[in-house]
Design a protein around this ligand. Sequence first.
Ligand code: NAP
Length: 254
Amino acid sequence: MPEKGQRTAVVTGGSRGIGRAICLALAMPDTHIYFNYFNPGDPEGEAEAAAETEKMVAQSKATASSQSVNVASEEEVNGFFDTIISETGRIDILVNNAGITRDSLLVRMKTKAWDDVIDVNLKGTFLCSRAAAKIMMKQREGRIINIASVVGVIGNPGQSNYVASKAAIIGLTKATAKELAPRGVTVNAVAPGFIETDMTAVLPQNVKDAFLAQVPLGRAGKPADVAASVAFLASESASYLTGQVIHVSGGMYI
Ligand code: NAP
């Protein structure tokens, strides 16, 4: 439970990978971080990973609490934000990070693989942004940071569902940035390139090599590289920045 007057940050998909690094980058002593996760196939594993993130945040003298919330479910998202508001009365930062891949070539892609990716990545970002924006508009301040992807700009074969979701997140970022700017709320995106997490660990070596061959800096990124840009966008230094996409991709998109 947060203490009164603490800065409140919400991070979706904070149990692992880039989301965990974002929780750590936002973990300053005056901050309470709410994060969620959702893996019904491995309830013990997800709870363990979330507890580890909470422990790591506590080492930075911030506080964190987490729960299993499917960002694709309107009911679960609204319940999550209702709890946050009843406990804190405010939301300073929202990071829409939760995301999945269900890769397949277009002609072989099952409709379920399309729907699952659009529901989690795009609809999830919409549902959380809508819930947080209502509060941020009343506060007349707030930061929304969406995690897109470099492939949402340059495309990638075998990922039409994922690429479409990430391109749409960039459009959503720009539209909501214009809509919320008069109320003091900024909306920006961070577009990672090839980052070492569970999401990329499962890729076959030839696919990894093909990605890395496109990176001018010649190496994969770390979750902390992405988190540093998120922390900047959430900071006072970024108060005059909105509707922008920061590419953290070792130069994959120049
Ligand atoms: P990851 O290691 O697979 O972690 C995904 C996180 O999202 C986990 O915390 C997971 O929870 C959570 N999650 C998945 N489905 C969810 C749902 N329906 N509701 C709530 N939470 C859910 O992925 P990552 O590599 O850190 O990726 C994080 C973000 O960066 C994603 O949006 C991804 O598209 C984007 N990105 C990644 C890369 C890359 O190279 N890794 C590149 C560009 C963009 P559980 O732990 O419970 O499964």
